[in-house]
Design a binder for this molecule. Structure first.
Ligand SMILES: Cc1cc2nc3c(=O)[nH]c(=O)nc-3n(C[C@H](O)[C@H](O)[C@H](O)COP(=O)(O)OP(=O)(O)OC[C@H]3O[C@@H](n4cnc5c(N)ncnc54)[C@H](O)[C@@H]3O)c2cc1C
Length: 215
């Protein structure tokens, strides 16, 4: 079984998940990340300025009421053909919550203003890009991104940590996925693949041995 921890609690297991596993899943939130992209049909015009299109902002406008910059990181996500120019910005955590409460027209205005400021070029706005966004927390089968994380009070409790490390949650039911990988790559595609391979190996070994009989 794979899926984000938030989703595992929505699956009707029979028999139900053990108490410790259910408690672990309740202590395993996902981050809040939205990807906001400006798509320019004129192509990646910032290349004319000799700029690569990567932006890192530690301060500046627009910002939250406490001064935290709203936009922190953007990358050039244009197709290799450069037929379109795409700037993709990641907005995470409290900035995500702030941004996604705003009307789409306001999100667009803030993003394009930030791009104009970053490149010091009005084409960011006057080229009138299409702005598209995806908030993983909106997806019913995900409910957050980039990954699950364990807040304080989980790894320090031996029973919860043991539950995290056990892939077999119920007899013959194995959890697999990036979030559950115990080792290098947790939270990344590497961990997803390794976790899947490990679950497959455990299942393969089980199939070689005596089977559990259905109740
Ligand atoms: C914006 C973003 C950028 C990222 N960048 C990188 C990167 O640069 N490098 C990197 O290594 N990793 C990156 N990651 C992380 C990487 O994408 C994940 O770690 C990886 O995709 C997780 O794979 P998975 O198979 O564990 O889970 P998922 O890919 O989430 O697969 C789980 C699947 O289960 C489905 N599902 C859930 N519940 C149910 C249900 N009840 N019934 C049926 N289906 C269900 C979901 O729809 C989903 O398709 C990024 C993630 C995001 C969101």
């Amino acid at each position: 079984v794979t899926g984000s921890p938030a989703r595992m609690l929505g699956i009707d297991f029979s028999p139900p998940l053990r108490a410790t596993d259910a408690q672990l899943m309740q202590r395993f939130p996902l981050g809040a990340s939205v990807k906001l992209a400006a798509v320019y049909k004129q192509g990646p015009w910032w290349r004319d300025l000799g700029l690569q299109g990567d932006i890192l902002a530690a301060a500046g406008t627009p910002s939250l009421p406490d001064g935290t910059p709203l936009f922190v990181q953007c990358v050039d996500h244009s197709p290799f053909s450069r037929r379109l120019g795409v700037l993709a910005c990641f907005v995470e955590g409290k900035q995500n919550f702030h941004l996604t409460q705003l009307p789409l027209s306001e999100q667009r205005r803030l993003l394009l203003g930030f791009l104009r400021l970053s490149f010091n070029d009005s084409r960011a706005e006057t080229y009138e890009p299409q702005v598209v966004s995806h908030n993983w927390a909106d997806s019913p089968f995900t409910r957050g991104a980039y990954t699950g994380y364990l807040p304080p009070g989980v790894m320090s409790v031996p029973e919860l940590w043991a539950a995290f490390k056990a892939q077999e949650k119920l007899p013959n039911v194995f959890f697999a996925g990036s979030d559950y990988h115990d080792g290098f790559g947790n939270g990344y595609i590497e961990g997803a693949i390794r976790s899947g391979q490990q679950a497959a190996a455990l299942i393969h070994a089980r199939l070689q041995g005596p089977r559990l009989q259905p109740a």
